[in-house]
Write a new protein. Structure first.
Length: 168
């Protein structure tokens, strides 16, 4: 499911549309459910963990996705890669491949460009996530990322494993 999360507001009409789509028979039959939007539910980078840079009503939107059986929410805008878990959702916060990479909220390392690849294992109902930094294409070691981030809307915790099973 892709929703227009290009501004901080997801309209009631769009929220209702999302609920309907996620409750549809084709969605219920899906082995993996992924939602995609530009703005994230939580901020992860310096200067972007503030109103207008993350989705308003994040807890309500998280609940819509969780009730709808969404496993992962993919977002951009923060320009800083961070693999998190929020309730029942995997949050895949994409970094920047072009200009403007940013530091994580609590990171002292310089910002880096990155690209993320998702491997979907349909039969096993699993997603594997691997991110690479540029230049050089070296795999990002999750153990080098902060274990948690003090986001304005509540703490965010790094996922333990790059491969996760879908239990919904």
């Amino acid at each position: 499911m892709v929703w227009d999360a290009s501004s901080a507001q997801i309209s009631n009409q769009q929220q209702n549309w999302a609920r309907e789509q996620l409750a549809s028979s084709s969605a219920r039959k899906a082995k993996i459910r992924i939602a995609l939007g530009h703005l994230p539910l939580r901020g992860v980078s310096r200067g972007r963990d503030q109103p207008g840079e993350v989705l308003d009503q994040a807890n309500k939107l998280q609940q819509i996705l969780e009730i709808g059986g969404v496993h992962a929410y993919i977002s951009g805008h923060q320009h800083s890669y961070y693999p998190a878990r929020l309730g029942k959702l995997d949050l895949i916060q994409l970094g920047a491949t072009g200009s403007g990479p940013r530091q994580l909220i609590v990171d002292t390392k310089p910002p880096r460009q990155s690209i993320t690849l998702l491997d979907l294992f349909w039969q096993q109902r699993e997603i594997s996530e691997t991110s690479y930094s540029f230049p050089g294409g070296k795999e990002i070691n999750w153990d080098e990322l902060p274990i948690n981030l003090p986001s304005r809307n509540g703490p965010l915790f790094r996922r333990i494993s790059k491969r996760s099973s879908i239990l919904n």
